[in-house]
Write a protein that binds this ligand. Structure first.
Ligand SMILES: Nc1ncnc2c1ncn2[C@@H]1O[C@H](COP(=O)(O)OP(=O)(O)OP(=O)(O)O)[C@@H](O)[C@H]1O
Ligand SMILES: [Mg+2]
Length: 146
């Protein structure tokens, strides 16, 4: 089995979840997929806001749920693509949109809320972020690729 490294943190506030996302974003070189998993209201979008900050997206740019479009695109140190698998029929749609080529070029990070609804299809190093309720707080587990 491949070696994985997982970090677990209890996040006690939305701001702390944003900070965790920011720290991860700052470590990404470009070319990675970030799967954001966890139930309704677990903090996937809060974490994505932080990812955007860590990737150098303009802090004045509001990162909101990609509700009416398949993917939202934010320019930064590398381009940040934010999608919600609830809007997709499968992750193949992201391949059809050309995101695999963009990832292969190293010029982008693709974050997918509810990624675990579908089998993984994007051929790229993948970080899995699992958010879970822990009372009023959240348990945030970040699993880095081998
Ligand atoms: N520690 C925490 N981390 C993140 N969010 C928290 C935390 N504590 C409370 N919250 C609240 O939980 C909600 C998380 O909302 P968010 O939109 O990020 O969830 P989500 O997982 O994206 O939901 P959805 O499944 O609807 O997309 C916000 O209302 C936020 O204020
Ligand atoms: Mg969300």
């Amino acid at each position: 089995m491949a070696q994985m490294r997982a970090d677990e943190t209890i996040s006690r506030s939305p701001a702390q979840t944003v900070a965790l996302g920011r720290a991860l974003g700052a470590r990404l070189a470009g070319g990675e997929v970030v799967e954001l998993c966890g139930p309704l209201g677990a903090g996937k979008t809060q974490f994505a806001k932080g990812l955007a900050l860590g990737l150098g997206v303009d802090p004045g740019e509001p990162v909101v749920s990609p509700t009416f479009v398949l993917v939202r695109e934010y320019p930064g140190r590398v381009t940040f693509y934010h999608c919600d698998a609830y809007r997709l029929g499968s992750l193949e749609e992201l391949v059809e949109l050309g995101l695999e080529e963009v990832l292969a070029g190293g010029g982008a990070v693709v974050a997918i809320e509810w990624a675990d609804r579908f089998p993984r299809v994007l051929d790229a190093p993948t970080v899995r972020v699992e958010l879970a309720y822990a009372g009023a707080d959240r348990l945030v587990r970040v699993v880095m690729p081998a």
